[in-house]
Structures are given as structure tokens and as C-alpha cells.
Design a protein around this ligand. Sequence first.
Ligand SMILES: [Zn+2]
Length: 157
Amino acid sequence: MSPSKPMLAVAVQISPWAAITALILFAWADSLFGSRVAIAATALLIASLVVHEIGHIVAASISKVRVSVIGVSAAGTYIRRQRAASPWAESVISLAGPMVSLALAALFGLGNGHLYGWLAKMNLIVAMSNLIPIAGTDGDRALNAICIASGAKLRRA
Ligand SMILES: [Zn+2]
């Protein structure tokens, strides 16, 4: 691996426990759509989560912030990255994922039928739940960065 291309050195981590979550998602989708559509529903939902992370990665690489890992755990997808040098870049990188999820929700919302409606709702839930500013979420990181930029301090419980 060339040290002159650090942005491309992203390791992929997939936890075996993610298979359990995928099976639970499949079982849920199966109860909603039947087995054949459930495979597509599960694959599209997991792909949506990966695209959310790619949103963070693209924003990070624009800001020259190194991303070391993209991963899938039982709890969902994640990236590991450096903190951005500026609070502005930090909040943009943090908000990029939820913005991508909102865009996916809008895109799926244009489709006709139960499956697209479900995928639109799921992406909306992903965006909204990531924006809730509790420890570790995208919204928390963005809010912290905005507070740092504005000179305020967040007290941690
Ligand atoms: Zn995110």
C-alpha cells in the first residue's frame, strides 16, 4: 500500500454477529413481503446503511480526514476516522451520513409499492436516530463540533 494514498487504505471489518441481525431483518421483511421480496428488502436496507457510511467517507476525504475502517457489527454499520482539524469539517463529516440517509428516504419515497415505502421509512428512521444527540451518534459529534466552534462547552453526564 502506497503511503501517498492514505485515503484509500480503508479496512473492512464484518462481525460474524452481523449475520444474526441480517437474519432478524430478513425474518421481519419476510413477514411483510414474503421470502422472495424479503431478500431484496434486506439487501437494500443493508446497502442503504453502507451508503450512509460512504457519505461520511466521501465528506471525510474531501476534508482530508483519514478513515481507517468501515465496518458492520450486530448493531449496524460504522466507520473509524480521525477527528477533523476544524469543527466545521467535523460537523459536515458527521452530518453527511444522515443527509445521505435522508436523500435515500426521498429516493425510495418516489418508488411505488410497499417495499419502497418501507425502505423510505427505514432510511428516515436511520437518519433521525443518528441525529439524536446522545453519546456516540452523528448528531452528538456534530453538536459537539458546533459547540466547540461557538465557544460553548457541553457538560457530560
Ligand atoms: Zn453515520
